[in-house]
Design a protein around this ligand. Structure first.
Ligand SMILES: [Zn+2]
Ligand SMILES: [Zn+2]
Length: 251
């Protein structure tokens, strides 16, 4: 299994997950034009995507979903609460339910409930149906629950949110209300919260780690890299960025 990103952060997210003949897209916060343009970097076209999974309704994840799926007839999978929040009423989609795995082609997807200020937010764990290697994606999460610790242990690959540095958020440009939202229990993971997750889960099989959804205002990639380098037995992270995302990484 391998993954790549077309961009990661509060101005738009889109992540490709591919195994054998199956290509999935997680979220699309980009206009169709921008999305198609960014996809060319991978020598791909929208029609190469077998299915789209939508984590939640915030526009940095959902902004380009309906247009992409309808203009290229790509099946969309999401939770009922997310669909109600963001899709036109007549829009056809496949339902995802937390803790109920679904298989699409060569990949099994396990939706995991996370605490975030959205209707029915889900994050995902992908499993190769033939070989069993597993990849987790965890962003847009306000705090670490025991359910998350259980679900995200023993993975081969992990894309994990390192949203903000608490001191930078505190002294940064956001209005007080937004600071409270981001730093709150249903906002985003701080560097320290994500570091703590890495200390609590089994990382013995982890061969690739991607630090993602790094705030451009309230964080600094070098702080994230420094913090992770203090952990033993965790691979040096790839740092996803807003404009470039990252190139294919194979588990
Ligand atoms: Zn969100
Ligand atoms: Zn987001």
């Amino acid at each position: 299994m391998r993954l790549a990103s077309l961009g990661s952060g509060s101005r738009g997210n889109a992540t490709l997950v591919q195994h054998r003949d199956t290509t999935l897209l997680v979220d699309n916060g980009f206009s169709l034009r921008k999305f198609s343009h960014r996809l060319q970097r991978f020598n791909m076209q929208p029609g190469d995507i077998d299915a789209v999974l939508l984590t939640h309704e915030h526009s940095d994840h959902s902004g380009g979903i309906a247009r992409l799926c309808s203009s290229h007839q790509i099946p969309l999978w999401t939770a009922v609460g997310t669909a109600r929040a963001v899709l036109p009423t007549e829009f056809q989609y496949q339902t995802l339910i937390a803790d109920q795995p679904v298989s699409i082609g060569d990949i099994e997807i396990m939706p995991v409930t996370v605490p975030h200020d959205a209707n029915e937010p889900l994050q995902f764990i992908f499993r190769e149906i033939d070989n069993g290697k597993r990849l987790g994606i965890l962003t847009d999460t306000g705090h670490i629950t025991s359910h998350i610790i259980k679900a995200f242990g023993g993975l081969n690959g992990l894309l994990l949110e390192f949203n903000y540095d608490p001191k930078m958020l505190e002294s940064g440009p956001y209005p007080a209300k937004l600071k409270q939202r981001v730093g709150g229990n249903h906002g985003h993971l701080s560097n320290l919260q994500s570091l703590e997750l890495l200390q609590k889960i089994d990382t013995s099989e982890l061969s690739c780690l991607i630090a993602a959804h790094i705030s451009e205002n309230n964080n600094n990639p070098s702080i994230v890299a420094d913090l992770i380098s203090q952990l033993q037995d965790v691979p040096a992270p790839v740092l996803a960025n807003q404009d470039e995302g990252f190139d294919w990484i194979t588990l």
